[in-house]
Design a protein around this ligand. Structure first.
Ligand code: HEM
Length: 527
């Protein structure tokens, strides 16, 4: 078939199926090339690994609470009564070839997935990428975080080992603390008395069906939005406002992403094969009466554990009947997570209202250029970190031989004092960095060369970034993007290294009309 007839067949197929034109649009789409845009993708690829390893595990895992006597190869537990779920987890670990690798890969993929989501959310927040028209993407990102958190929790709980048993008791405590509906909720979820014999099956259904389905749907919407909306990118004074600079979807971008998927898979496989995680055989089976010391949840749940540990024993008694008590855990484990869910969701709307900014934004903002937002973010991160460290309070106390009470009090004080301090320090740092950028734009880069003046004083010679006026000042506009700070960065106002590890484009590609052998002029033009 010659070229013409292929083209004809293509057009005929397109006129009937209408598939070629949208596909061409997608393949020709340009994606900005910056490492920070990879974070969402790392989360997506970890989710692919979770789905693959999870499906394989689901073929072997038995989500039943039926009492069995263990007779597998792990001798310390032979003859022990346990649930079929825990026994199957032990079998997967010791008696199925590659089973432990699958379990550990699944677990590491979950940890990486949550880490990538958190860092992605931080990137979106600190660069202002949540502003109109991307508010929905921010909301979906947060929903992925919370759904991932519950999925990870149900994954842990299903194993029915000693650690799951502790987590299950905490869940029961939290449910019971809810006023009015608590008792009913707990007995409905556990199917009667705690722990009952249905909870593992329910967790299993949630874990392998409902929650992954919700996660997949959320991520599909996110990808759809990414394909529909204009990509957001860093400001660059050399670029036309409407232009998008980066790689076409096909072939280079697609190939790079396939490489990244392989890399994520390889890292998870390496971790799963080399680094032990959740050794359930050491914890023994879950028993309703036992709570193991030093139980730690996964890192992404630890802030909630920390909140429960730091909450003072303040019981609120409402004047209803003989007095209706609301236990302290209710505030730390129900009200606080509710606030932590709602406030970040509402933030883009609050900020838009306070700034009276209803415009569309397609450029990112450097954190220093939005000091209040950055400082609020730093305050939130500090709050989260104090709670997370408090979640490991007993382990830290034991390791460093400190009293657990001292740890709790340090956490309480830290929770009140450190976030405002982080706000203040971050705000000052942002203003300082801005000031420094403006100084370099006005006076040039410090050369490190000191000149002695005729009257004996010393001064440092600055290399101006553009032709200075008679006062030695340059009148360059502050453009909200990187300014060279060292002599060897001159001529590199546009980031010199565009790839992650090596330059993708040579200096000749730096921009239209810019000669590769005139670094200073490039720089001036760019500025
Ligand atoms: C996408 C579909 C998924 C399927 C089919 C699935 C399936 C499973 C199965 C069958 C187990 C029991 C493993 C065992 O017997 O050792 C498990 C455990 C677990 N899952 Fe998933 N899962 C999925 C997604 C996720 C996600 C999205 C997360 C977290 C964000 C997650 C986190 C966990 C955790 C932490 C465990 C305990 C793992 C261990 O220590 O062995 N899973 N999952």
């Amino acid at each position: 078939m010659n070229k013409r007839s292929t083209g004809k067949t293509g057009s005929a197929a397109d006129s009937r199926l209408g598939a070629v034109t949208p596909l061409r649009g997608v393949l020709n789409r340009v994606f900005p090339d910056h490492w920070s845009f990879l974070l969402g993708e790392i989360a997506l690829y970890s989710f692919v690994v979770l789905a693959v390893t999870g499906t394989l595990l689901a073929l072997l895992f038995d989500p039943s609470m039926e009492d069995v006597v263990y007779d597998g190869s792990y001798t310390p537990l032979q003859g022990t009564h346990m649930s079929a779920a825990y026994a199957s987890a032990l079998d997967i670990s010791f008696d199925v070839r590659g089973g432990l690798l699958m379990r550990q890969m699944h677990h590491w993929a979950a940890l990486l997935f949550m880490a990538a989501i958190v860092i992605y959310l931080l990137r979106v927040f600190f660069t202002g990428a949540f502003r109109k028209p991307r508010k929905l993407k921010w909301t979906i990102g947060l929903l992925v975080f919370w759904t991932g958190l519950v999925t990870g929790y149900t994954g842990y709980m299903m194993m029915d080992d000693g650690m799951s048993g502790t987590g299950m008791q905490i869940l029961q405590g939290i449910l019971l603390s809810i006023p009015v509906a608590g008792t009913w909720l707990a007995s409905s979820i556990f199917g009667g008395e705690f722990p009952g014999d249905v909870i593992i099956g329910r967790m299993y259904l949630l874990h392998v069906l409902l929650l992954p389905g919700i996660l997949a749907a959320l991520m599909l919407v996110q990808i759809g939005l990414r394909l529909r909306q204009k990509p957001i990118q860093w400001p660059d004074p050399r670029r036309r406002k409407t232009a998008v600079e980066g790689e076409r979807m096909f072939p280079r971008y697609a190939m790079q992403r396939a490489g990244l998927l392989m890399f994520v898979f390889a890292v998870i496989a390496l971790l799963g094969g080399m680094v032990q995680v959740n050794p359930v055989w050491l914890f023994g089976p879950a028993r309703a009466a036992d709570v193991s010391a030093l139980s730690q949840p996964a890192w992404y749940v630890m802030f909630l554990d920390g909140a429960v540990r730091l909450m003072p024993p303040w019981e609120l008694t409402l004047p209803i009947g003989d007095g209706y008590a609301v236990p302290p855990i209710f505030w730390a484990a129900v009200v606080l997570p509710g606030l932590l869910f709602a406030v970040p969701m509402a933030y883009p709307f609050i900020e838009a209202r306070v700034r009276r900014d209803n415009r569309e934004h397609h450029l990112l903002v450097r954190p220093r250029d939005a000091p209040t937002r950055t400082a609020l973010g730093a305050m939130a991160v500090t709050f989260y970190l104090v709670l997370t460290i408090a979640g490991a309070g007993d382990v830290i106390a034991l390791t460093f031989n400190i009293s657990t009470n001292a740890m709790t009090w340090a956490g309480r004080l830290g929770l009140l004092l450190l976030p405002p301090l982080a706000y203040w320090i971050t705000h000052r740092i942002c203003l300082g960095l801005q000031q420094h950028d403006r100084q370099v734009l006005a006076h040039g880069v410090e050369t490190g060369i000191i000149r002695r003046l005729p009257h004996g004083g010393f001064t440092e010679i600055h290399q101006p970034l553009a032709t200075p006026d008679h006062n030695g000042h340059t009148d360059l506009r502050y453009a909200g993007r990187a300014v060279p700070k060292k002599m060897n960065q001159l001529g590199a106002l546009a980031p010199a290294v565009r790839g992650f590890l090596k330059p993708i484009e040579g200096p000749a590609d730096l921009g239209p009309g810019v000669e590769a052998d005139e670094p200073h002029r490039q720089h001036r033009d760019a500025a």
